[in-house]
Design a protein around this ligand. Sequence first.
Ligand code: DP6
Length: 413
Amino acid sequence: MSPTYEKTSTSPVNIAVIKYWGKRDTALILPTNSSLSVTLSQEHLRSKTTIRASPDFEKTRLWLNGVEETDLTKNKRLQNCLRETRRLREEHEKKLCKEIGTENVVPLSKYNVHICSENNFPTAAGLASSASGFACLVYTLAQLYELPVSTTELSKIARQGSGSACRSLFGGFVAWEMGSQVDGSDSQAIQIAPKDYWPELEALICVVSDAKKGTSSTEGMQNTFTTSPLLQHRIKHVVPERMKSMTEAILKRDFQQFAEITMRDSNQFHAVCLDTFPPIFYLNDVSRAIIRVITEYNTCSESGKLKAAYTFDAGPNAVIYTLRENVPEIINIIAKFFPGDVENGKEYFTDPYQLFSGSIIGTKTLPQGFNEQIIPVHAPGSVKQILHTKVGDGPQELTGETDSLLNEHGWPK
Ligand code: DP6
């Protein structure tokens, strides 16, 4: 058997506070506006990928969450990432051949690969996995091929897998600069601030039940691009200014500014969805009720300051950004209005940071001045789960003996 060339790594999910929506080039995945996101901790949400290259493999194969994808030639986005990383590996090999002699260079760029990838969060939760998945694919290939390139350079490859994936290559606070070149050479991610820059900032994800399968981001944003006049206004007159103010808010750790722009940008993203013809709806009644609850919470705040910010992607789940001190209060409010399904009691809130030490959530009284009448208490299970998480790091290589997702022969374990 030939020696093994294999790497395993994990990559995070990111949730945008300035949304990416619209492509000026669908093949290269070039956006119509810049965007900005917060990378979430991999303790709770992450993709994990093992890739092995071998001259013994008959063909390149991919297993996603235990299921093999059969016709990889159809998967253009995967092919983009494989082609671009192989091209860089080839260049690297040529250089190495000159430096250390051909006989000492392993021609990994010529080998087929086995890719095995899985998420630690249920796909059923409707949490986007393409960003963490493609970031993990590209990062793991770069480790395997020992590519001498920067993370920003890699982000341009991950972008060609899924736009938002380019932002998952960094931890902390990340901007995707839209760029202006037609070849996409300046459409890339950069880190604005690392994970520990603003340690008080935390996130709560409310997983909202949704029976129907919504429009995919890829299809939805193209329809918005071709039909919505409001999107043109957003691209030209709103996002450029917001990118500056949001960057400033993060650098100043100014939660007021951060929260207001986050909510305004989520609102505008869903407004351009409504302005699409025919319209696209991602928010449902529960999502809108969560918006009302957070708005009321902010209105009754004693200091008169915003204490929480909601944001929604292409689905009904809410992500609430807040400062650590407010987390227990917000969990209590959400649990009161959107109680967990009794049968699913354990899953509803696992309290990973032990904030409640055994006390039952949703039983504390509401903050003073909170108008209980704004919405009714919803049916149990309307919010399936509350996940409490923090700002996290970028991709990590795993080197433990048991970390690989492939067995000794290079097949899924
Ligand atoms: C609403 O990155 O999933 O989450 O580039 O077509 O793969 P493709 O789209 P994708 O779109 C994400 C859209 C969003 C907003 C965001 O993350 O910025």
